[in-house]
Ligand binder design. Structure first.
Ligand SMILES: [Zn+2]
Ligand SMILES: [Zn+2]
Length: 159
């Protein structure tokens, strides 16, 4: 029974991480650490970006929680660490693979959620400067972007 609670706590941390990522993107990456995020909004040739430092930063609390949880035999800390890790993996798949195609997987997918993700993040990248911006989330797609994809599908079906 307790294992179900562990899974639920891990999933809750995963969901919470989308809020943390949204707030970090909105207020930190587009705030005082814009210097590290900027190159992600600009055209560039290099494979690596300064922006990749954020993935490294986010891995620290995950590794830290798993390590400390393991050392002190605290399963709750391990759940938190795993929740952050799972979010990191999902973030990488959604943002770096599906949207930016740094790895060429799912390139031809017509899946509705994948198209929503791409559109929502495209709207984020439409803004090149620090202050103006929209669509700061990564996995959760706001209604207006979901509606746009739905309307496109309906138009396509009619034609
Ligand atoms: Zn941004
Ligand atoms: Zn991006």
């Amino acid at each position: 029974m307790i294992y179900i609670v562990y899974v639920l706590v891990t999933l809750a941390v995963f969901v919470l991480m989308e809020l943390v990522a949204w707030a970090t993107h909105r207020w930190v990456m587009h705030g005082f650490l814009w210097v590290l995020h900027r190159d992600h909004h600009e055209p560039h040739d290099g494979k690596l970006e300064k922006n990749d430092w954020f993935a490294l930063f986010f891995s620290i609390p995950s590794i830290g929680c798993c390590y400390l949880g393991n050392r002190s035999s605290n399963p709750w800390l391990i759940c938190v660490g795993l929740g952050i890790l799972l979010y990191g993996i999902a973030y990488f798949l959604a943002h770096d693979v599906i949207v930016h195609q740094r790895v060429k997987w799912f390139c031809r997918s017509r899946n509705r959620y994948i198209r929503q993700l791409r559109w929502a993040h495209k709207m984020h990248h439409k803004h090149l400067e620090r202050k103006k911006g929209e669509s700061f989330g990564f996995l959760f797609v706001e209604k207006k972007y979901r509606d746009k994809i739905k309307n496109d599908e309906e138009l396509q079906q009619k034609s």
